[in-house]
Design a protein around this ligand. Structure first.
Ligand code: SF4
Ligand code: SF4
Length: 505
């Protein structure tokens, strides 16, 4: 990297953001040393335009091709991600490859098999109140030759909510926008996952505000896999049901996308290079241009001279925009994405395929002698590439993860020393299940868990006007651990399944 000392004002932004500490300030001017990898991070943050790339690759530097940044790493130096080092002209991974044994201590134990499944679930168990009373069922039995105890309760949880994943590239609304049930706020739009929109419904703050009853009912309905109609303020109308295709503004998206535009190109480059001279895959996050993209170059795509109107991330990868056009961008007519054409590079007769990350829409254009793109029918090869993309996409559906923090009855109902239960859960000595389904317990203090509602028998989440949602919670553990944590042994009853009947007592 070169510094234009006239333009540099010594703001230090490049010093702050250089991933390898290659920049320092001297007399209020940026100075770049030989650890620079040409990663370009400083270029992106310098507001004065004081930095530019060296035109020549440094002597003995090796170009890393493990990501689109293509660091130029000098001997003995590391790349921008700190993973690769140039050791005598060869790029070596700084960290050795790890086996399971190398990480076992950090991963920690899983619950042992005898306690992974509860003896009984909390479905139908009821709740005891006040919290310090023993839970409704504390049962003892044998599993895999081990004496185990399962404690169950239907826990009323004010600290609860549900994260809803809607597989679609149809825009639903701005990040942070309110999700409304009628006129009442029940949640918000959060970020997007790969090919999905995420909604956060409920949470303690909404549950304890004026619309808490609607919030509790909405969480419960979604968790019970009932259809729910909501809308996003300033965004889409939603009809959502866990396990079903979402309905967004009356439309049913067939498939979720296969990945971002860059991943789609990477996955299908061998087919795409046979489909056209140039391929553009429209996507709001990363729109790709085959001839510039590493995957396109890898399969032999030649430069086309096409320039895109989006902002470049790395070669062949462009940050798109959001809209109701192709691939969830603002592009309504696919040729709108082309902002310019280098006539010295472009070739008459050159064909350009423009598509989306679902392969749903695809159009082929040919450059005529006058330098204008004319639409031509899709060829067999271009159809094959589009079919390959669309057949790899999975069906759009709604899924949801219920999240709760186990409160009073779900802890004091188990033991007189709730912190011992927390420790047992975190150390895998007690297994927490919801309606028999495994949970993920969040790290740190407390017992905050997540469960896939599709693994919980339908209809057994409830709500109460406190307001709170009610979740079937089970703890299963070795009898000796239950004794050690000060469990309610006096309330423990033997349990057995005799024929088709369950017997407690
Ligand atoms: S190009 Fe990258 S490594 Fe070099 S100075 Fe800029 S930020 Fe640092
Ligand atoms: S993988 Fe790391 S070292 Fe290689 S180009 Fe990317 S940032 Fe640089």
């Amino acid at each position: 990297m070169k510094v234009d000392l006239e333009k540099c004002i010594g703001c230090g932004y490049c010093v702050r953001d250089c991933p390898v500490g290659a920049v320092h300030l001297s007399k209020k001017k940026a100075v770049i040393d030989e650890t620079c990898t040409q990663c370009g991070a400083c270029l992106k943050v310098c507001e004065q335009g004081a930095l530019s790339r060296e035109s020549r690759i440094p002597e003995h530097a090796v170009i890393c091709d493990a990501c689109p940044i293509n660091c130029q790493i000098r001997p003995g130096m590391i790349g921008a991600c700190h993973r690769y080092r140039n050791v005598e002209g060869e790029l070596l991974r700084v960290t050795p490859l790890h086996t399971w044994q190398d990480v076992e201590d950090v991963v920690g134990p899983d619950p042992a098999e005898p306690i992974r499944r509860p003896l009984i679930t909390a479905i139908g168990s009821g709740t005891t109140y006040p919290d310090c009373k023993p839970a409704p069922y504390i049962v003892r039995g044998k599993q895999k030759g081990v004496d185990v105890v399962t404690v169950v309760t239907e826990a009323p949880l004010s600290y609860s909510g549900i994260l809803v994943k809607v597989d679609t590239d149809i825009p639903v609304g701005e990040e942070g926008a309110d999700v409304l049930l009628g006129k009442r706020k029940v949640g918000m739009v959060t970020t997007e996952q790969y090919g999905s929109k995420m909604l956060s419904i409920g949470g303690v703050n909404l549950l304890t505000e004026k619309d808490g009853l609607a919030v509790a009912r909405t969480i419960t309905d979604i968790a019970n896999k009932k259809p729910v109609k909501m809308r996003v303020k300033g965004g889409a109308r939603l009809e959502l049901q866990v396990g079903q295709t979402p309905v967004i503004n009356g439309m049913r998206p067939d498939n979720m996308r296969v990945g971002c535009g860059s991943a789609t190109l990477g996955l299908f480059a061998p087919l795409l290079v046979a489909a056209a001279d140039e391929v553009i895959i429209l996507d709001p996050h990363i729109t790709s241009l085959m001839s510039e993209h590493a995957a396109g170059r890898f399969v032999g795509a030649r430069p086309s001279g096409i320039r895109l109107r989006f902002r470049m991330s790395t070669p062949g990868r462009y940050f798109g925009d959001h809209g109701s056009g192709w691939g969830g961008t603002s592009i309504m007519n696919p040729l709108e994405v082309i902002s310019g054409l280098d006539q010295d590079v472009a070739r008459t007769g050159m064909r350009v395929l423009i598509t989306e990350t679902t392969g749903r829409n695809g159009r082929l254009f040919e450059l005529d002698e006058g330098g204008t793109f004319q639409e031509v029918p899709l060829t067999g090869a271009s159809r094959e590439a589009l079919d390959a993309i669309s057949s790899t996409c999975e069906p759009s559906r709604v899924s949801a993860v219920y999240m709760g923090g186990t409160g009073g009855s779900a802890r004091a109902g188990v033991t007189r020393y709730p912190v011992k239960l927390t420790r047992a859960v975190h150390s895998a000595k007690a297994s927490l299940t919801v309606g028999g389904a495994p949970t993920y317990v969040l790290p740190g203090g407390g017992i905050n868990f997540m469960v896939d509602v599709e693994r919980v028998k339908g209809g057994f989440f409830y709500w109460t006007p406190t307001p709170a949602t009610i979740c079937p919670v089970e703890y299963t553990m070795d009898l000796r651990d239950y004794q050690e944590m000060g469990g309610h042994l006096e309330a423990m009853k033997p349990f057995a399944v005799k024929g088709p009947r369950m017997v407690v007592d």
